[in-house]
Design a protein around this ligand. Sequence first.
Ligand code: ZN
Length: 241
Amino acid sequence: MGGTLDALKHLQEVERKLGELRGEEAVKRRQIQECERQLQKRDKNLEDQRSEIRRREAEIHSVELDVNSREQTIQKHRIALNQVKTNKDYAAILTTINTEKADTSKLESCALELMNVKDALRAAHDELVGERDKIEERRTRTEARLNAYLERTRSECAELTHERDEASAALPPTVMSTFDRAAERHDGEALAAVRKVNPKRDEFICAGCNMTVTLETINSLRTRDEVVQCSICGRILFLEE
Ligand SMILES: [Zn+2]
């Protein structure tokens, strides 16, 4: 095992630890984003519910105005009733009053129905507010956890980043670009061990993709300190000790 491969293995280990730290951070950030998304959805629904409630309130108000004006009219007709001279006029006004009373009573039950609808809307609205509050609490808690996590891992992260920068600066740029390409292609896992398939035979595979590694490659790994990539997956190969 040569110095370059040792350095690459160290770099890979540092990258793996950094990746774990960032992965944990990303999970928390995604949870916060999910809370934000849910909050936005609830806010939109709450806004719709509020305008629906306002619409119902306006309807109730207008029905109530109608009822009031009809009651005033009935009152006027009652006064008129006391001043009529003939039975015919009396009967006519009484009929009008009764019709108006019936209409008013219809309007009153309409107002009652609207109030029931409004109350149901208000109850649904309040329930949604409760739901929204819980989501907001969850977001606040997750934010606090994220901040605590960042605080807790700050120095470790800085150390690892420094270590990574040092390790990569010590390697030749061509080796680094091969490493970076392989890491990008394989989710950060730029290196793969070479495994012997059968203890009795000289048959080897790349542990990254399980494809055969030639004896020529094995010899090259045993004798020279150079970067050899798996011809199938492109990972940088190393021999297991
Ligand atoms: Zn491979």
